[in-house]
Design a protein. Structure first.
Lengths: 320, 183
């Protein structure tokens, strides 16, 4: 199955859904109210308020607060909501418009019919919504980050090939498309189709103008960032082996490190880039020794040469 | 203890009829010789062993007479020994003897020497040797008309001191070196 066929089928499905909603008076995206109770129709899961992921900022689901805001936000990028109820609806039909009431009764499925809106909303067909519905119809959980990232990448590629008339489905795979049981595309889908590439390009451009926080650099920049995270801004990788210290006398500490008279010095820390160099200071302990006048004990006196006789003196002189 | 004294009474006898001069102790004949005659003799002999011998003989006579006056030379004190030696030298007319102790070195001073310089050292050496009975060497350290200083030492000491003095060392430094060699 080629892409045009897929697109045509999706267009047809979209039209059927819209027609159904008009017939039942249902809002395209029903409001979430505490007092509402399921009455009829398919078990439609309430579209919860989407937590807009940054990777999928290009398309956002509609705000469930009011249909008016939904209409105003149609042209702006929105995140699609969980598409499970629509897929269930599609599977139950055997072709043609599904009859909800009869099928529900036969299947014993509890339904819930939201309160009809005050005014019929004016739905404007937009390629962004079209893509969101397509993704929802084929069971793709657009809230998954992996899917959104892959879709954003695909949209980026699509933006590069803006000259092509076809718009690729972001998250839809050929297998999913093959499993879809859709009727033949209607004439309205054919009219929408030429506008799809242009709208797709615009959607991609709007995606590119997404907030700066959601932008992702190209692969090359990501690699640089990873390299920075791994190795630091301006550092080289830590070598496995450090060179041995040089032999010989080591340089002694500078004199200025020993100015403290108390002998107690604090450590100084310096930052050099990401390195923290700490200068270690020695803490010395000295003994306080007092002067001692009576340390030495002398015994006797040194022998003086004091000859008594002349011969002693003479002998001493002769011994020199 | 009384200071020692020298009894010079009857020490020299002039026998005018015989025309002799003799000592009283040993009856040894003496000759009164003018000192200038000894200076001429010393100059004519130009030093040497004969002059050395003549001077030592003069001193020996004095030393022997001093020793005769001592009771016991071995036990005689320095003052007693010097007193007797000085008396005899005075009677001989050679001069006045004094002693100095420079550490362990014995230095004899001859004041108002009547002997020429060449005869002083041998005279003192001879006297001390004769008086003590020890073989001594005498080295003239200094000398002029007022006094002459003589070192009494051994033969080895004498050689060393003569060498130092000849090299320009003062006699005081020589005595200091002599004492250091001993320590």
């Amino acid at each position: 199955m080629n892409t045009p066929d897929v697109l045509s089928r999706l267009q047809a499905l979209l039209e059927r859904v819209r027609a159904r909603s008009r017939a039942q008076g249902l809002p395209r995206f029903p409001e979430v109210s505490s007092g509402a109770s399921p009455q009829s129709g398919v078990d439609v899961a309430r579209p919860a308020a989407p937590a807009a992921p940054p990777a999928y900022a290009g398309v956002r689901g509609p705000e469930p607060a009011s249909l008016a805001s939904e209409a105003a936000a149609v042209s702006s990028p929105q995140v699609p909501v969980r598409p499970e109820p629509w897929s269930q609806v599609v599977e139950r039909t055997d072709g043609g418009s599904p009859a909800f009431s009869s099928s529900e009764e036969s299947l014993g499925v509890s339904t819930w019919t939201p309160t009809p809106p005050a005014a019929e909303p004016e739905i404007v067909v937009d390629v962004e919504e079209t893509e969101a519905v397509r993704a929802a119809e084929y069971g793709v959980d657009v809230t998954e980050p992996e899917a959104r990232s892959s879709e954003s990448d695909q949209r980026l590629r699509a933006a590069e090939a803006a000259a092509e008339p076809e718009v690729e489905v972001a998250a839809a795979s050929p297998s999913d498309l093959a499993g879809a049981q859709e009727p033949a595309p209607s004439a309205s889908s054919a009219e929408i189709e030429p506008e799809a590439p242009t709208r797709a390009v615009e959607a991609l451009e709007e995606e590119e103008r997404a907030p700066a926080s959601s932008r992702r650099p190209v692969v090359l920049a990501a690699e640089d960032h990873l390299a920075q995270m791994a190795f630091g801004a301006e550092e080289s990788p830590i070598p496995h082996h450090t060179p041995p210290p040089e032999s010989g006398r080591l340089p002694s500490a500078s004199v200025e490190e020993f100015d403290d008279a108390t002998g107690i010095r604090g450590a100084r820390v310096e930052e050099t880039g990401r390195k923290v160099i700490s200068h270690l200071a020695a803490e010395s302990t000295r003994a306080n020794l007092d002067r001692g006048d009576t340390i030495v004990e002398t015994l006797g006196e040194a022998r003086r040469f004091a000859p008594v006789t002349f011969l002693e003196l003479l002998d001493a002189s002769l011994e020199l | 203890m009384t200071a020692p004294s020298f009894d010079s009474a009857g020490a020299v006898r002039f026998d005018l009829p015989r025309g002799t001069v003799r000592t009283a102790a040993e009856d040894e004949r003496l000759l009164l010789v003018p000192s200038q005659a000894l200076d001429g003799l010393a100059k004519s002999m130009h030093g040497g062993d004969a002059l050395e011998a003549f001077g030592r003989a003069l001193g020996a006579a004095v030393g022997r007479r001093a020793a005769a006056r001592l009771t016991n030379v071995a036990t005689a004190s320095i003052e007693e020994f010097v007193t007797q030696l000085a008396g005899e030298a005075a009677l001989a007319g050679t001069g006045l003897i004094e002693i100095e102790r420079w550490g362990r070195a014995l230095v004899v001073i001859l004041g108002e020497p009547a002997l020429p310089g060449a005869l002083v050292a041998p005279f003192i050496g001879g006297a001390v040797q004769a008086a003590s009975g020890r073989a001594v060497q005498a080295v003239l350290l200094s000398g002029d008309d007022r006094a002459a200083r003589v070192l009494i030492t051994s033969e080895q000491g004498a050689v060393r001191v003569r060498g130092w003095v000849a090299s320009g060392c003062s006699w005081g430094e020589a005595l200091a070196r002599l004492n250091r060699g001993r320590q």
